[in-house]
Design a binder for this molecule. Sequence first.
Ligand code: AP5
Length: 213
Amino acid sequence: MMIVFLGPPGAGKGTQAATVSKAKNIPHISSGNLLRESVESGTETGKKAQSYIEKGLLVPDEIVVAIIKDRIVKSDCKGGFVLDGFPRTLAQAKVLDGELKKIGSKIDIVFYFAVSKDSVVLRLSGRLICSSCGANYHVSFVPPQKAGLCDNCGGNLCQRSDDKKETVLERLRVYQEQTEGLIDYYKKNGILKEVSSDKNIDDISKDIFLIIK
Ligand code: AP5
């Protein structure tokens, strides 16, 4: 099953994508994680992407598209995937449709995570990520068992550099300007399902699994 998770920063896409990926045994492909990995490994792509990420702006389409194209042709994607954070522009959406068509495939469902701005700010200001394995926590909503340490690997937890309040507000502005239009694009294609993300994590998962069975 080919699934896309669409929604503003902090809507809970990554959290739910991890759960769906595990339950359905399909890869969780996060464009943000792939870009951050390139930044950390100091690749040319990472060097180009870094300043956009830190400012809360979208990384240019050609860079992100190249990363995603490479990823979705890997053998583990044959049975499907959860795309988290891609596409984010109409151009990206069209490339994705075209690439999937080439292999006789298509997106089955796009989940749109509807969430209030207050929840976004609250979630991102308290988010912690593991500097080793990338696992996601929240100081109040998903606290680690030992403060500052990852439950999975014992790595140090830190704040993402783009989770500072002013950058979060910029990411929300960019989302409204460049990504929100995709809701209509997928609605017209008849594959959009809206889930309310102003709920607790387990209730959102239940809503998603009712749809994907
Ligand atoms: P990316 O990493 O994709 O960030 P994002 O879309 O802004 O999404 P987030 O990771 O902030 O939030 P999320 O919805 O995944 O929420 P999460 O589950 O983590 O992108 C980062 C940057 O990379 C972009 O700004 C851009 O520069 C670049 N980029 C990436 N993709 C790109 C593309 N396609 N094109 C161009 N540029 C691109 O949850 C957030 C927090 O809330 C966590 O702490 C979590 O524990 C907690 N939480 C989750 N759900 C709940 C809940 N229901 N209740 C309470 N807390 C919750």
